[in-house]
Design a protein around this ligand. Structure first.
Ligand code: SF4
Length: 323
């Protein structure tokens, strides 16, 4: 059976000055029904652009996208309409993604009015059901976004994304703008919805503690490229890429053995405009040497664990003293 979603050598470049900004550069992965792919990296690494390209909010420069086994890279107008129902997005900042002049019920109704064939009464009933599903009390039906807290606003964003019964949702930093206590509520709501509805998520975030909790697989991106991808537990237990090691070293972990050593990345971020063929992390990597100037490929080191680094074996062997 084909994967729910597959990207093959996907690229998204933007013109920038006289060159090309490689925002998403040769990304391939598959995502199964009901699973979550966490996508992490610093801001500007291309993770949000990847999500938007998959949803055709941006046109891919090259590569292919498959959904339920069908090539949807260059869809017709009708196909675009059809898969818009199956693929949705939850945005980072619910306040700016909601129309300030639309009440809660109107905001949730909007996708149903635009894309479903339901009649007026059914739309109203479905809207109320969606409010119950995401935990917004009926008394807020006529409230406006500015009258609600961040958590409730994000619940509206989730209800809108659920309205057309999608199979896949890109969650673009959905909890980063929220207070920590509310973050947990929203994450738990998303996990419950996933279980009930068999949803697949691409969870884009810079917060590695959240991504470990919610993801089956985690992809680490650096300047448009995938540098490491593995099942979540494996990535945390057996980190191979120096960039992933640096990112994980900044995650607070409660431990009786004292604090772990944080790896501070030195050096400048390389420009993603017309990048050189070698490793893009080279300027900030403590292990960089001449061989890192050569292009490197992703290597599968154990089932499902991919890494792109010339020296990962050497670094792994010297784990005890190097990191
Ligand atoms: Fe560091 Fe070289 Fe590996 Fe790049 S290829 S991460 S520069 S050791």
């Amino acid at each position: 059976m084909p994967a729910l979603l597959e990207a093959r050598n996907l690229k998204k470049y933007f013109k920038s000055g006289g060159g090309l900004l490689h925002a998403v550069d040769d990304i391939s992965f598959t995502l199964e029904d009901g699973k979550t792919l966490g996508v992490v990296g610093e801001s500007g690494c291309g993770k949000s652009t990847l999500g938007r390209t998959l949803l055709h909010l941006l046109d891919a420069t090259d590569g292919q996208i498959f959904f339920e086994g069908r090539d949807i890279t260059n869809p017709t107008k009708e196909e675009r309409h059809a898969f818009r129902e199956k693929m949705q997005i939850i945005f980072q900042d619910p306040f700016s993604s909601l129309n300030p002049r639309m009440s809660v019920s109107n905001a949730i109704m909007e996708p149903l009015i635009l894309h479903s064939k339901l009649g007026k009464d059914d739309i109203r009933a479905e809207t109320r059901k969606l409010m119950d599903t995401v935990g917004i009390a009926r008394r807020f039906e006529n409230a406006y976004p500015h009258e609600l807290d961040g958590g409730r606003r994000q619940r509206i964003g989730i209800a809108r994304a659920l309205a057309l019964r999608p199979k896949f949702i890109v969650c673009d930093e959905p909890v980063s703008a929220l207070d920590v206590s509310i973050q947990a509520q929203i994450i738990n709501l998303m996990l419950d919805l996933q279980e009930e509805r068999g949803l697949a998520y691409m969870f884009v975030t810079h917060d590695l503690s959240v991504v470990k909790y919610i993801s089956n697989d985690i992809m680490v991106m650096y300047l448009g490229q995938m540098v490491e991808k593995a099942p979540a537990e494996e990535l945390f237990r057996n980190t191979l890429h120096p960039y992933t090691k640096a990112l994980l070293s900044a995650v607070p972990v409660p431990s009786l053995r004292g604090k772990k050593k944080r790896i501070i990345m030195q050096g400048e971020l390389t420009s993603p405009v017309n990048p050189k063929p070698g490793c893009r992390f080279m300027a900030r990597c403590q292990y960089a040497s001449e061989e890192c100037e050569r292009p490197q490929n992703l290597e599968e080191t154990s089932p499902g664990h991919f890494v792109s680094c010339h020296k990962y074996k050497e670094i792994d062997a010297a784990k005890g003293d190097a990191v």
